[in-house]
Design a protein around this ligand. Structure first.
Ligand code: NAD
Length: 418
């Protein structure tokens, strides 16, 4: 994202709302969060000092269901980031057909500078101080700086406070703490399903050439599934550098190399390239799966892929997007491509509410069914209205939220009635 992330979200809202003729009261309601909280978490540090951390939680919009999603713990966390990400989650849940509203929050802190005891106290403090909580109100998940372990602490603290078992109230928990199967692989798996569908729709041959930036949780899972399905992986990078091989990279052997060395760098039989050169690799499909704003005015013209699958959030700046569209490049937007984990988080809550836990194959096939349906909706809207896939996904999401808001009476169809 370039500039203020919240302003970038508002820009997309206004563009898509105009194209989709969204009710003006609905747009006004979506221009700001429904609720936002800023609170403090005092933590007694190991050296005896009392440190007071600032935390944020935004309930952006709950028209489609309970508030749900991540808690980010980073030194530069602020309310604008929570607002932008909360809005994004609202749209992502609607795109993914999930009966949930969007929220986000976080703590301004650096986990790498804290002992395990201090960090656990901070996370438990977040749950104690969180003003509204529970499976029907606000379900915190993981994000940067949080993970299965922190989510298990959150659940434990919440159940201590409530006095009863409540696994549906926290997401991204390990399986051993009433979490769901496929939690870690959900986003990469979802990206694989959407890539498979769009390449079929575009008439791309089996064996299409793929370049991937970012070989972490998301990029690696998506790459391994595409490779298994016969796509040719020709370039990969992580933060340390990249590798390329026009004849195709052996992704299974690469997995063993990455497990050993923690990087793709140095994998035998490949040319070494830089982490940004991978974006300009000679390929059919480019998967940015690292960080935001990597495709910008300065490099968009040199992108050779015909299709970009946005696995990272906001990898394409608005200026780059215009250049890429002018070159005829197709972009599958982040809100669809990476909504797999949002969908599986919704399954996690359902399993927690029913106390019936599904096996991996069940979760995988339900994810496939859900995300392929979302892809179809986006594809059909883009085709019918002649708009980009990003606009189509946003229009569909806004229309779902609009219907909910109108039927609930939060906005009026006919404003002359009053
Ligand atoms: P990760 O930390 O597991 O992996 C990130 C990868 O990107 C690593 O290979 C890292 O080396 C590389 N990287 C980091 N900074 C880079 C840089 N400046 N340039 C090039 N490479 C860089 O993260 P992840 O969970 O795989 O998430 C990847 C992206 O997907 C993020 O943008 C994240 O917000 C987004 N996303 C993740 C999920 C999820 O479920 N994990 C869901 C939706 C969106």
């Amino acid at each position: 994202m370039s500039g203020n992330p919240f302003e970038t979200s508002l820009k997309t809202l206004h563009e898509a709302a105009a194209l989709g003729h969204i009710n003006s009261e609905v747009v006004r309601l979506l221009e700001q969060p429904q609720r936002q909280f800023e609170f403090t978490i005092p933590v007694r540090m190991d050296d005896g000092r009392l440190e007071i951390f600032t935390a944020y939680r935004v309930h952006y919009c709950d028209a489609l269901g309970q508030i749900k999603n991540g808690v980010r713990v980073v030194p530069d966390m602020d309310m604008d980031t929570a607002k932008a990400l909360g809005f994004w989650m609202t749209i992502k849940h609607a795109v993914g057909g999930i009966p949930a509203g969007g929220g986000k929050g976080g703590i301004k802190a650096d986990p790498s500078k804290m002992s395990r005891r201090e960090y656990e106290a901070l996370i438990r403090g977040f749950i104690r101080k969180l003003p509204m909580k529970g499976a029907w109100v606000d379900v915190p998940g993981a994000d940067i700086g949080t993970h299965g372990r922190t989510q298990a602490w959150m659940l434990d603290e919440l159940e201590e406070i409530q006095g009863f078992h409540s696994p549906a109230a926290i997401n991204d928990k390990p399986v051993e703490a009433n979490g769901t199967e496929l939690s870690r692989e959900a986003t990469g798996t979802g990206c694989y399903f959407v890539t498979r569908e769009i390449t079929k729709a575009m008439g791309m041959e089996k064996g299409a050439r793929v370049a991937v930036q970012g070989y972490g949780n998301v990029g690696r899972v998506a790459t391994e599934l595409l490779y298994k399905d016969g796509y040719k992986i020709v370039a990969i990078s992580d933060i340390y550098g990249g590798i390329a091989n026009p004849d195709g990279i052996d992704v299974v052997a690469l997995g063993a190399h990455v497990d050993k060395t923690r990087s793709v760098k140095g994998f035998p039989g490949c040319t070494e390239i830089s982490t940004s050169e991978v974006l300009e690799a000679d390929c059919d499909i480019l998967i940015p799966a690292a960080v935001q704003s990597v495709l910008h005015e300065g490099n968009a013209e040199r992108v050779r892929a015909k299709l970009i699958m946005e696995c990272a959030n906001g990898p394409t700046t608005p200026a780059a997007e215009q250049i890429l569209y002018a070159k005829g490049v197709t972009i599958m937007p982040d809100v669809l491509t990476n909504c797999g984990s949002a969908i599986v988080c919704s399954f996690e809550r359902t399993q927690g509410l029913t106390d019936q836990y599904w096996d991996k194959e069940t979760v995988r096939s339900k994810l496939e069914e859900h995300i392929v349906k979302s892809f179809r909706e986006t594809y059909d809207t883009a085709t019918q209205l002649g708009v980009s896939y990003r606009d189509a996904a946003w229009i569909n999401a806004l229309q779902k939220i609009e219907k909910a808001m109108l039927i609930r009476g939060r906005a009026w169809e006919d404003k002359t009635l009053g």
